[in-house]
Design a binder for this molecule. Structure first.
Ligand code: OSB
Ligand code: MG
Length: 431
């Protein structure tokens, strides 16, 4: 243990001892009897160490999807994934994942902008500081650095991961997660014909998935949704995600989806169009769910105030990490708005973080938390993420940290670039 941490620990201890003496009835007791009633030695305080980042290794890997994933704004065949390994002064380390894509088609960020932001502005913010825990990291990264939420989230969630390793606590418990397993849905990319999509949906149901999400875009929407509804029957939780492909002028067209009885329609209009989304919500019985629009807790508040949607898809990467995710979760819980955990075709590392988050109580709808085998021939973690026949993914609640090991040898084989960022030698006192 370092000099600094030890000092803080001892100050805490002497305060506790002092409090005992002060509370003892003073005037009626002689100094000697006072001494004889001295309390037994206090039990050691729980192990508590701070986070002092020493090194952040950036690594780009290329991981081929089993099949291309098409959304309204683009198609992905091989994921370019930015992984981070965070190491602290005492040698504890953890892996984290940045969910930015190769192109700015979902949000403005890409893997390359995230790499730049982490190297130039974000990592330097954290180096040289002693962080009491991960809760304050989001505020630290947000000050005078706008946007770059996925880059911020990768570091912020990495700090949560590091804290879970340092505290020997499962990540889900550190976050306040209550579920032992989480219900899982599948997100099906746009297919060339309704029949293809129906096949995929039926296979997903047979595999146990608890929710079917279909991607839609103009000309591949109402007929596709109707075909899937006819095939799966009225009781299956079916939803559609447009990834901002429509405008308010399409309202009459989108209203046709109401008869499909979708569980929700995700992000039909542009991310910034909260007023138009509210207008569309007034015209549709289908609940709207917002994804791209919700970049922080204030946007969630706006959605609720304006009626721009009735459900939120929380992706920790999109909102800047776990502290923001929990704030949105808590706000929605208080407002009676259900949330669920979205996905970004994560590797098994990102999945560990999402599963931990989805174990919080208001994640009441199935998340896009498919098991490893839905995406990859082989994942980069062991054990791989699996799903039960009833569509549940187990939340690691016994293992400290993420609950999965990273196959570093495998990583080396698929790594295309690396960069190591290190802390300056002198340390600044507690942030
Ligand atoms: O809108 O939810 C989305 C993937 C990339 C970009 C945007 C989205 C998605 C998904 C993937 O739907 C869901 C998954 O990870 O299984
Ligand atoms: Mg979405």
């Amino acid at each position: 243990m370092s000099g600094l941490t030890t000092t803080v620990y001892q100050i805490g201890l002497s305060h506790r001892r002092a409090a005992c003496y002060v509370r003892a009835p003073f005037p009626r007791r002689s100094p000697s009897s006072f001494r004889s009633r001295r309390p037994p030695p206090l039990p050691p305080l729980p192990r508590r160490r701070m986070i002092r980042l020493d090194r952040i290794s950036l690594r780009e890997i290329h991981l081929a999807l089993k099949e291309p994933f098409r959304i309204s704004s683009g198609v992905e065949s091989t994921r370019r994934i930015l992984l981070l390994e965070l190491t602290d002064r005492d040698g504890a380390s953890v892996w984290a994942e940045c969910v930015a894509g190769a192109l700015p088609n979902y949000t403005p960020e890409t893997i390359d902008t995230a790499w730049l932001a982490i190297r130039e502005w974000l990592a330097p913010r954290l180096f040289g500081r002693t962080l009491p825990d991960a809760t304050g990291v989001h505020a630290l990264l947000a000050e005078n650095i706008r946007g770059h939420n996925m880059a911020k989230a990768a570091l912020e969630m990495g700090c949560w991961g590091l804290e879970s390793v340092i505290q020997r606590t499962p990540l889900a418990l550190l976050l306040g997660g209550t579920r032992t397993e989480v219900p899982t849905g599948i997100s099906l990319g746009i297919q060339s014909a309704p029949e293809r999509l129906v096949e995929r949906a039926l296979a997903a149901l047979a595999a146990g998935y608890r929710k079917i999400k279909i991607k839609i875009q103009p000309d591949q929407d109402v007929a596709y949704a109707r075909a899937v509804r006819a095939a799966v029957g009225p009781d299956v939780e079916l939803m559609a995600d447009a990834n901002a492909a429509y405008s308010i002028e399409d309202a009459d067209h989108l209203v046709q989806l109401d008869d499909v009885k979708l569980l929700m329609l995700e992000q039909p209009l542009g991310a910034d169009e909260l007023l138009q989304l509210a207008e569309l919500q007034r015209r549709m019985t289908t609940p709207l769910c917002l994804d791209e629009s919700i970049t922080d807790v204030r946007r969630a508040r706006d959605m609720i105030a304006l009626g721009s949607g009735r459900i939120i898809n929380i992706k920790p990467g999109r909102v800047g990490g776990f502290t923001a995710s929990r704030a949105i979760h808590d706000l929605c819980q208080a407002a009676g708005v259900p949330v669920w955990c979205g996905g970004m075709l994560e590797s098994g590392i990102g999945r560990a973080y999402n599963v931990a988050l989805a174990s919080l109580p208001n994640f009441s709808l199935p998340g896009d938390l498919s098991p490893s085998a839905r995406y990859w021939a082989a994942d980069i973690v062991a054990p791989e993420w699996t799903m039960t026949a009833s569509g549940m993914v187990r939340v690691p609640r016994e293992e400290p940290g993420l609950g999965v090991r990273v196959d570093v040898e495998r990583l080396e084989a698929i790594t295309t670039r690396t960069e190591v960022l290190t802390a300056p030698r002198t340390m600044v006192p507690v942030a």
